[in-house]
Design a protein around this ligand. Structure first.
Ligand SMILES: [Zn+2]
Length: 119
C-alpha cells in the first residue's frame, strides 16, 4: 500500500470539505449536497450518508459559542433585551451556517475511513 493519509489527515481534509482520499476534490457539489464521487481521484462517496450527526455536532459547538456570548452580554453590556436577542440570533445563525458543512465534511471523512476499515 502506498502512503495512505493518516486518520487525522483524512478528518482534516473532510473539515475542509475535500476528498478524504486525495485531499483535492470537493466533497460537496453545493452547500451540503454530497457528490457521488471525487471529481479528481474518482473515489466513490456512495453510501457515506452522515444523516443527523453533523447537525448534532453543530448544535453542540454553536451552543458553546452562543451561551458564553449571552452570559457576557448580560453581565457586561448595557443593551436592551431585543438588542441582545438580535446579536445572539445573528451569532447563532452565522456560526451554524458556517460550521454545518465543516461538521458534515468531518462525518463523511469518518464514514469513509470506516468504509475502508481504517477506524
Ligand atoms: Zn479524491
Amino acid at each position: 500500500m502506498t502512503d495512505a493519509p493518516t486518520t487525522l489527515t483524512c478528518l482534516l481534509r473532510g473539515a475542509r470539505q475535500r476528498c478524504p482520499a486525495c485531499g483535492d476534490g470537493k466533497i460537496f457539489i453545493s452547500y451540503l449536497k454530497r457528490a457521488e464521487c471525487c471529481p479528481v481521484c474518482k473515489e466513490s462517496f456512495d453510501g457515506l450518508d452522515a444523516d443527523d450527526g453533523p447537525a448534532w455536532l453543530t448544535i453542540g459547538i454553536v451552543a458553546h459559542i452562543v451561551i458564553p456570548l449571552l452570559i457576557f452580554l448580560e453581565m457586561h453590556a448595557a443593551l436592551l433585551w431585543w438588542q441582545e436577542g438580535m446579536i445572539v440570533m445573528a451569532a447563532t445563525i452565522i456560526s451554524a451556517l458556517a460550521l454545518l458543512p465543516v461538521s458534515k465534511g468531518i462525518f463523511i471523512a469518518a464514514l469513509w475511513l470506516m468504509k475502508k476499515g481504517r477506524i
